[in-house]
Design a protein around this ligand. Sequence first.
Ligand code: IPM
Ligand code: MG
Length: 367
Amino acid sequence: MQEFQITVLHGDGVGPEVCREAIRVLDAVSAKFDIKVKTCEALIGGVAIRETGSPLPDATIAFFEGADAVLLGAVGDPSFDGESPERRPEAGLLQMRQILGGFANLRPSRSYPALAGSSPLRKEIFDGTDLLIVRELLGGLYFGSPRGFQDGGRSAYNTMRYTADEIERVARVAFEAAESRRGKLTSVDKANVLETSQLWRKVVDEVSNDYRNVAVDHLFVDACAMHLVTDPRRFDVILTENLFGDILSDEAAVLTGSLGMLPSATIGGRTDLYEPVHGSAPDIAGTDIANPIGAIASVALMLRHTAKHEGSAVAIERAIDRVLDEGYRTRDISAVGTKVLTTAEMGMLIAEYAVEDEQFLAAAWGV
Ligand code: IPM
Ligand code: MG
């Protein structure tokens, strides 16, 4: 197999800690499955601003050339609060998303029975939840122009804009995902108020003609937010625009027990991007207590979607299930009677379990 090249961007806060564990697990499974991986590291976010003056330095952009995938830790640093949007660490992330071109951000969220005690929701509500949010990532309020301040900073505006093409391409990703899952797609909008949402609904209905085996329904975003915590099992694939997807995916995280559990994959562009859904969590940065599972599960998605290596992805996902079943936790998901591990200990244990199950690996994948 040809060499698989990954650019690793640790970023800010807990980013370096969780990335280190994700790479540890990647190294372990790639050795076991004989996948040739080459990684290089580059700067993004607040740490990049401090070192180079830019949240996405040219040297980092140069590393995207030839990369098969980018793995990102997290971006965000409160010491830049109050700076204008283009001077903040997040600007590096948004610019990178544009350069890499991935418009479909996949955010799976499922309940882990072992974590029932860590969710604020009752088990009977979220048990058995298994949903995928497909978030449009390159349009809407995040990128629409014009935008800015006026009246001496006392008035501000952003533009929400979508073209039919932008909606169609992400809708197709969501329909295809629904076809390979349980055949249900919920499109989320605010069509009772916004023109962009009316267009969204129309295009989704048009695209649905090509996917007759997928059942489609439309929900307003406020109702969706409610159903997510009252009846999450009703969802299979949720398709939505950029800002709604940002908000709903954090909400969906409570179904798993912690935001630290959720991985994401951004596909459809020149280079695929993988990142945990959580942010930089500056309050716990450097203390070795962050949950690396979101980052590690992002590596599993990378192996599945970009390297097309299902066996190694499943090995990682099984290892995550096993540590949880055996009662190992990071602090964010700890509960009475569980064994609390540091970030590094959790990474080491998952790396070990991912390659240890000889019987499974031999029977299922011939390694
Ligand atoms: C996310 C994050 C980012 C976003 C921030 C850091 C810009 O919240 O990936 O969900 O809003 O897209
Ligand atoms: Mg977010």
